[in-house]
Design a protein around this ligand. Structure first.
Ligand code: UDP
Length: 328
């Protein structure tokens, strides 16, 4: 009953692999190490270095390891990069996923858990965005993930494949035991950038856009601790194994923080008053996006354990300190 985790050497994937290993679930990792790290994969999980789009390799892996379920994380995930490099995003996210799905269907795999994103919604009209809201992505990143969702739904309805699509809101934080964390080079995501500014790894940071129609003019996001995302995946797989129907579920907490809230929290927790410059808006950013979490709480037995921005920041800071000490 082995699980194949694509992108298992990356930030989110490595936390999931660790979570599966912690629960004694057999797991195999496929990662091309373009942004992931060998050291992020726990020793209990074999790492195969290769491409998700390599149908020969994937088909071999699926049969040799008798894979029961695939969790698909391998993807590019930086909104502004997708705006400047749409070809790269459609190719790495959508085309590769199509190749993976071909192999999955040919091998008769039962369960597929797909790492999707709140970026599929674009700039929603409602305060809280529910799964049935019309998806109008504002970036090639969001569009590339939405296309994969569509392919997966169509393929599942014409085969025996069952899926859970998890639409992540803003994932941050690190394993509290610091076995893995976000090691991404040239990081762009807010919590990581702010933590690096607090630790003096960068001279300061920018706030992109202070004229949004939000309470303090900066963008509002629903930040979810990576460990709560792990438990959502574990519960999603348990749900499918228990005979659950295919489902699309938001992964967030249901409340938002502005960019300024995050900066202030990082300043407070780190005790450092790092420099912050106010800049113009960044391409592809919706003003506010916060999850309606009723569906995931109803469908899965999921109870978040880290619904607390301070805990997210504390764990992100602790991981960044560890990384810095290692790289010295
Ligand atoms: N952001 C910022 N400064 C940074 C990085 C991000 O002001 O150095 C803002 C960004 O414009 C967005 C929010 O923080 O409004 C979250 O961005 P992030 O890249 O972390 O995640 P996204 O929501 O794009 O997936």
């Amino acid at each position: 009953m082995t699980i194949l985790v694509t992108g298992g050497a990356g930030y989110i994937g490595s936390h999931i692999v660790q979570g599966l290993v912690d629960r004694q679930q057999p797991v195999v990792v496929l990662d091309n190490l373009s942004t992931g790290f060998r050291h992020a994969v726990p020793p209990e999980a074999p790492l195969i270095v290769g491409e998700v789009g390599d149908e020969g390799l994937v088909s071999r892996l699926l049969s040799e390891h008798r894979i029961e379920a695939v969790m698909h994380f391998a993807a590019s995930s930086v909104v502004p990069d997708s705006v400047t490099n749409p070809l790269g995003y459609y190719s790495n996210n959508t085309v590769s996923s199509l190749a993976l799905l071909k192999s999955v269907v040919a091998a008769g795999i039962k369960y597929f858990v797909f790492s999707s994103t709140a970026a599929v919604y674009g700039n929603p009209d409602n305060q809280l965005v529910a799964e049935d809201q019309i998806a109008r992505p504002m970036s090639p990143y969001g569009a590339s993930k939405l296309m994969t969702e569509t392919m997966l739904r169509d393929i599942a309805s014409a085969s025996s494949l069952k899926y859970v699509i998890l639409r992540y809101f803003n994932v941050a934080g690190a394993d509290p035991k610091l076995r893995t964390g976000q090691s991404t080079r040239a990081a762009t995501h807010l919590v990581k950038v702010a933590v690096q500014a607090a630790l003096g790894i960068r001279a300061g940071m920018d706030i992109f856009g202070t004229d949004y129609p939000t309470p303090d003019g900066t963008c509002v996001r629903d930040y979810i601790h990576v460990c709560d995302l792990v438990s959502a995946h574990i519960e999603a797989l348990a749900y499918l194994r228990g005979g659950g129907n295919s489902a699309t579920l938001n992964c967030g907490y249901g409340h938002g923080y502005s960019v300024r809230d995050v900066v202030d929290t990082v300043r407070r927790i780190s005790g450092t008053d790092f420099a912050v410059a106010e800049r113009s808006r960044r391409a592809g950013d919706p003003a506010s996006i916060v999850a309606d979490t009723r569906a995931i709480r109803r469908v899965l037995s999921w109870t978040p354990a880290f619904d607390n921005l301070e805990a997210i920041v504390q764990h992100a800071l602790a991981w960044e300190r560890k990384l810095t000490a290692q790289n010295r």
